[in-house]
Design a protein around this ligand. Structure first.
Ligand SMILES: [Zn+2]
Length: 193
C-alpha cells in the first residue's frame, strides 16, 4: 500500500530514519506532482527549505509534505465532483465528457506542467492549482491565456515566460537546458552552488 495519506504519515513519523522519510516524500510527490515530478520536487526543496543535510532541519520534510497535502486537498474534491457529474451524464446518455479533467495525467502533472524544473510558479502550490482549475472551469482557453498566472500568452505554443507552465502539459517534450546536472543538484538539495 503506497497511498498518498500513508506516505504523508511516514514523512511525519519521527521514529523513522530521515532517508526513509525523504523517500516517503518522494512517493508523495509521485502521487501529486502538479508541475511534473522534477519541477514539483524543486518547488518543495525551495519552498520548504529542505537542507542538504536533513539532520539540520528534519521538520522541513513535514513542511514539504504539508505543502503537497494542501494542493491535493484542492484537487481531490474537484476530481470526486467531476466523477459524480460524469456518472450522471453517462446515465443521461452523454458519452463524451464536456470538459477534459486536468488531473487525469501522471501525478496530476497536466494541471500546471513546467518543463524547466527550475522555472515554475513560486506561490504556494495549492493557490496555483486552485487558480488553474478555476480558470479552466470558467472556460478560459490555454490557447490565449496562462491558466496558472492569468497572463495573455505572447507565444501560445511555448511555456509561459512569467511562470513556466506549458499549455501542452507533459506532452510538451522539451525539458530545459542541461537538465541532468540541474536535477542532480535539486535531488541532493544543493541549490546554492
Ligand atoms: Zn503563467
Amino acid at each position: 500500500m503506497t497511498s498518498f495519506p500513508l506516505q504523508v504519515d511516514r514523512v511525519r513519523d519521527r521514529r523513522l530514519p530521515l532517508q526513509r522519510r525523504l523517500h516517503a516524500l518522494r512517493e508523495c510527490t509521485l502521487h501529486c506532482a502538479p508541475y511534473g515530478f522534477r519541477a514539483t520536487w524543486h518547488h518543495l526543496v525551495v519552498f520548504a527549505r529542505i537542507p542538504r543535510r536533513l539532520e539540520d532541519d528534519p521538520d522541513a520534510l513535514v513542511r514539504a509534505a504539508e505543502e503537497l497535502q494542501r494542493a491535493r486537498d484542492v484537487i481531490v474534491p474537484r476530481a470526486m465532483e467531476y466523477a459524480e457529474r460524469r456518472r450522471r451524464e453517462k446515465a443521461a446518455g452523454v458519452r463524451v465528457p464536456r470538459t477534459r479533467p486536468l488531473w487525469n495525467s501522471w501525478g496530476g502533472s497536466g494541471i500546471a506542467y513546467c518543463p524547466d524544473l527550475e522555472h515554475h510558479p513560486t506561490r504556494p502550490l495549492a493557490e496555483v492549482v486552485q487558480d488553474v482549475l478555476d480558470r479552466h472551469a470558467a472556460g478560459i482557453s490555454v490557447a490565449t491565456h496562462c491558466l496558472a498566472c492569468g497572463i495573455e500568452r505572447p507565444r501560445p505554443e511555448r511555456a509561459c515566460p512569467t511562470c513556466g507552465v506549458h499549455p501542452a502539459g507533459p506532452a510538451a517534450g522539451w525539458c530545459g537546458p542541461s537538465t541532468a546536472e540541474r536535477w542532480w543538484r535539486t535531488w541532493h538539495r544543493d541549490l546554492r552552488a
